[in-house]
Design a protein around this ligand. Sequence first.
Ligand code: ADE
Length: 270
Amino acid sequence: MRVDVISIFPDYLAALDLSLVGKARAAGIIDLRVHDLRTWTSDRHRTVDDTPFGGGAGMVMRPDVWGRAIDAVTGRDTGTGHDAEVPVHLVVPTPSGATFTQRTAEALAGEEHLVVACGRYEGIDARVAEHYRAAGVRVSELSIGDYVLNGGEVAALVVVEAVARLLPGVVGNPESLVEESHGAAGLLEYPVYTKPPAWEGLEVPDVLLSGHHARIHRWRRDEALRRTVARRPDMVGALDPATLDAHDLAVLAEEGWHPHGGRLERSDGC
Ligand code: ADE
């Protein structure tokens, strides 16, 4: 996969040289290139922003600078880029985007070329997304959560890491992708333990030391259900009761959740 990240703070993206993403780059699994947006400015102050039409606080990033940057990294400027054959997906991190989830990461992991456009200030002139959509480019404006960051760079780190770890060969043991939180089961992950078996007076649950695989599997699933009830009731509400077995339903009933009309509901109606 090729990924181009464009930012006025390219140093922010240095973290992508580390850990699994750094190794994936070194191994050639991901061809990640970070660009300074100011490369495509045309004045001696290297201006990337201007005041908003209609008034209001802050500055807006200029569409002409972004257009030159995106055309250059996708080869649209010269017609020599590999995008003549490979479709590009433009990702624009913004607090006003659709929520970035594990499903979004899975979809993006199937793409061949991502361009991540990191905005600053009040954001990027809205015509940039409009122009590339009209040109047939897939454009995803994505928020990593309901809070406001100073720019798209941290969100770009989040998106690139979440996507890169799904590419074959990036995570050493692909099984660790199977049971984790936000996987297909729609549950948070169960609690995990390692040595020593007793620490600060706290013991690892006996079942995990039993070697009894079926019981361990059942215990983990129960804990995943309980944890999801306690921390993310919205995820319990999204479960399809038809995918749950009788034991699952008994655990959920203990926690006050019951199937009703093809969904799970809290017995107190909340
Ligand atoms: N830029 C600023 N805040 C953001 C957020 N929450 N998600 C994505 N990009 C952002």
